[in-house]
Design a protein around this ligand. Structure first.
Ligand code: 5GP
Ligand code: 5GP
Ligand code: 5GP
Length: 208
């Protein structure tokens, strides 16, 4: 068991803005259930070390088993859709996330607990509402990186990491928001280390 329970220091809870994923990839593919609602969606819950490095693919013997999350599927389809191509029902994305990241948190959470904890975090943190309250909306307008960071800090109590990508016109776009979570997967904490932001000073919040 010692080999399975690789320790880690905290989680990154990572949410993505579908408008940026689809714009930058130029092609994204909607799930078979249709275009997701215009909201942030879950990318993953990633075990991390305080020095910024992270474990991955910790247990080849723990394959993704969809029967363990059958009670979560409708919520996963809504809150954790996969936008990569070809169009998918999410299973491949969830399987990838479990095997790459979730298996490194098995000292704390089994498979159903891992997905349950991630969905609960999404319920707790309504990024779209937090940003809207600060006048920041997905309207193709540009906002300062500081205003986005500060709005989320006000709304959650914790400083987020913001990841941007660039569209074909090289605009810096709001792509992913990183928040930190304790090893039980339940409470937000102050980030021990933030991912390096590659955002410009002005960040576009693209429509979806
Ligand atoms: P990218 O190289 O596109 O930034 O990230 C590729 C993949 O590496 C991500 O999908 C994620 O699985 C992993 N990754 C990137 N940055 C981090 C990080 O700071 N912490 C963890 N745990 N994984 C990361
Ligand atoms: P780079 O050398 O560009 O930092 O990373 C090369 C590859 O290793 C990328 O796919 C990146 O996501 C991954 N990588 C970088 N740092 C870490 C780490 O601390 N842990 C793991 N598992 N992968 C990493
Ligand atoms: P990571 O390795 O960074 O945790 O996850 C990225 C992997 O998940 C890539 O192989 C990517 O193709 C796949 N993937 C499937 N659906 C999505 C999605 O909606 N967003 C992102 N960022 N990656 C997705």
């Amino acid at each position: 068991v010692a080999c399975l329970s690789q320790e880690f220091d905290f989680f990154y809870f990572v949410q993505q803005w579908p408008g940026a994923y689809c714009d930058t990839k130029q092609s994204c593919c909607y799930p078979k259930t249709g275009k997701p609602t215009a909201d942030f969606s879950i990318h993953g819950l990633w075990p991390n070390y305080n020095d910024g490095s992270w474990p991955s693919n910790c247990d080849p013997d723990s394959v993704f088993d969809k029967s363990q999350i059958s009670h979560l599927i409708s919520s996963m389809e809504k809150n954790w859709p996969s936008l990569s191509c070809p169009s998918s029902n999410g299973m491949r994305f969830w399987s990838h996330e479990w095997e790459k990241h979730g298996t490194c948190a098995q000292s704390e959470l089994d498979q159903s607990e891992y997905f349950e904890a991630t969905l609960k975090l999404k319920e707790k943190v309504n990024l779209l509402r937090i940003l809207k309250n600060a006048g920041i909306e997905a309207d193709d307008e540009f906002y300062t990186l500081n205003s986005i960071t500060n709005a989320i800090k006000e709304g959650t109590g914790f400083t987020p990491g913001i990841e941007c990508n660039r569209d074909s016109a090289h605009n810096s776009q709001l792509y992913q928001v990183y928040l930190c979570v304790d090893t039980s997967g339940s409470d937000l904490i102050q980030c021990p280390v933030l991912p390096k932001s590659k955002c410009g000073e002005q960040v576009q919040f693209p429509k979806f």
